[in-house]
Ligand binder design. Structure first.
Ligand code: SAM
Length: 242
């Protein structure tokens, strides 16, 4: 486990949230204490990859951060000839990911790419993971990315999309925001930390409704799409290319 996240305990001036060295150093603690079900989702990405990875194909981890989803996939993929391609714009995240990878070699090869997922060519894919990454992509660019993922997946390949979500019903939306904040308090964040983080991430992380995600996924050509996990305002979906 990484160092404890005290970023918004220490900081009173709230700048927009970025995935820099300070965040990378505490990211594992931050995401586990902030995202209900994160460990379950990561574990199940491994389980899904074991079932959907095809021989001699590529499994993509788009917005990989420290590589939790890549390591989960590597631990369970059995199809021969697979490789994992893990991409992130944050050099700080990739340096830490690379160090852990160097200490744990072997198994399915993992390639690290420092770059923008909007510029990454996706081809010969059997599994594509967007684990809490699409929410950071500008709204106007999201459809193009999902279309490219669909085009780059082999028939029978799977997209796994996890996101913070928004609800059309204002009362339900507020209820789930409140419950999420309660979850963070129970995990040791103070109310000041919670409100500072909220201010920092507003306009950086833009959540959408499950309906908007499903419409975009289906419009890109995916024939099947379902939510397989949800806790409060966090959900994970799967979509399969026919
Ligand atoms: C919430 S984190 C993802 C967590 C990670 N997938 C996991 O399972 O632990 C979002 C990541 O997406 C990366 N990111 C955001 N926009 C990106 C882009 N356009 N291209 C590549 N990476 C991006 C950030 O640098 C950050 O590391």
């Amino acid at each position: 486990m990484s160092a404890r996240d005290t970023i918004y305990l220490d900081e009173d001036k709230v700048a927009p949230f970025v995935f820099d060295e300070r965040v990378a150093a505490v990211f594992e603690d931050m995401i586990n204490r902030s995202v209900p079900g994160y460990a379950t989702i990561v574990g199940m990405i491994g389980t899904l990859a074991q079932r959907y990875a095809q021989p001699d194909s590529v499994c993509y981890d788009l917005g990989c951060s420290l590589g939790a989803a890549s390591f989960a996939m590597r631990g369970q993929i059995q199809a021969p000839g697979c490789r994992i391609r893990a991409i992130d714009t944050s050099q700080a995240m990739l340096e830490r990911f690379g160090r852990v990878l160097a200490d744990n070699p072997g198994g399915v090869p993992i390639e690290l790419v420092c770059g923008d997922i909007m510029a990454e060519e996706i081809s010969n894919a059997s599994v594509v993971v967007l684990n809490f990454t699409l929410q950071f992509i500008p709204l106007a660019q999201r459809a193009a990315l999902i279309q490219r993922i669909h085009a780059g997946l082999r028939p029978g390949g799977m997209l796994i999309l996890s996101e913070k979500i928004h609800f059309e019903d204002p009362a339900l939306n507020q209820l789930f925001i409140d419950l999420h904040h309660r979850f963070k308090e129970q995990n040791g964040y103070t109310q000041t930390e919670i409100s500072r983080k909220r201010a920092a991430i507003e306009n950086v992380l833009v959540p959408e409704t499950l309906r908007a995600h499903e419409q975009r996924i289906r419009a890109a050509g995916f024939a099947s799409c379902a939510v397989w996990f949800q806790c409060f305002n966090f959900a994970s979906m799967v979509a399969v290319r026919q």
